[in-house]
Design a protein around this ligand. Sequence first.
Ligand SMILES: C[S@@+](CC[C@H](N)C(=O)[O-])C[C@H]1O[C@@H](n2cnc3c(N)ncnc32)[C@H](O)[C@@H]1O
Length: 348
Amino acid sequence: MEGGGEYNRNSSVQAAGMSQAIPLFQHSAERVLLAPAPEPVVIADYGSSEGRNSLASITAAIRALRSRAGPGRAISVVHTDLPNNDFAALFRTLSDSPDSYVRGGAIFPSAIGQSFYEQILPSNSVTLGWSSWAVQWLSRTPAPIPDHVYPDATTDAVTRTAYDNQAADDWRTFLTHRDRELRDGGRLVVMTMASIDDGDFGLRPLMRAMIDVLTGLVKEGFISDDERRLMAIPIVGRRKVDFLAPFAERGQFAKLAVEYAELFVNEDHFWGEFERDHDASNFGARWAAFSRASVSPTLALGLKSRQKERVVEFYNRLEAGITIRLAEAPEPMRVPLVCIVMTKGSVS
Ligand SMILES: C[S@@+](CC[C@H](N)C(=O)[O-])C[C@H]1O[C@@H](n2cnc3c(N)ncnc32)[C@H](O)[C@@H]1O
């Protein structure tokens, strides 16, 4: 993510997708088995970024937990992300946002800068786990992508298989560690990008615009062909069947069982705005800003020389080019998402 509050400012696409997942998280908080008092109730937020989009889900869970555990029960909220995440922006959000859940007493926020593909919290310590828009990121880039920057857009079968295998391994690894961290009776809600059963990951117009602009930057000589080929965005849209695969044989994975899993297509609210105001430039600019905040820093890793000015110029050119391309022929953007609710062990 770009940092400097950029993700917080340009993540309304992700926020829009929450309306399906938050009620599931609240429902989980209403039913989860609580640790006996005076043990704190621990909520973990896996892949929090700068925190803005976590506020609504964590607030909903705290409200439900408070009504069950009483006003004095300590609630610990642990936000986790990669070490280079902008944690300063996260803590500013928690202290300054009018929507912050840190109101009233006995709520203790903290953060961990470590990959969720490892165990990052003590065994049997987490009551409720939440992860939104994060598990689509793989633990590593398994292969270069010869003909695109998105694995879901490649036509190269070998590359596609490398990403599919990595996605399957990473999902099992993620589940293994969450299984260890959750308490018996704990619950985990994951909302993440997905593919429809025919393999459609959505975002087609944005992916086309991005590769066109990058090809244009090569032609202009701003980036080299080698640099373009080093650019890969290791995010995947798994199908519902892929999410359920680790549970298929025994009906559970370690002690985790799936209580609910649903695929849905996120509403493109930028398209809704465009239908009202017919402002194609604004439509292009909104999606280009989303793309900049979410994936431009990953693309910039392909640049061989990364002086700050060059990187910023790269971000600016990419954003401007995508804005123009999308504005030329606006099309609604499909973003398939999946919501999965899992329980560990005893279920109430
Ligand atoms: C698109 S943001 C989602 C932020 C927020 N949860 C939301 O719903 O808007 C994805 C976040 O996942 C984080 N992430 C990606 N891979 C991760 C990993 N292996 N461990 C922890 N966080 C990771 C990224 O750094 C980024 O902050």
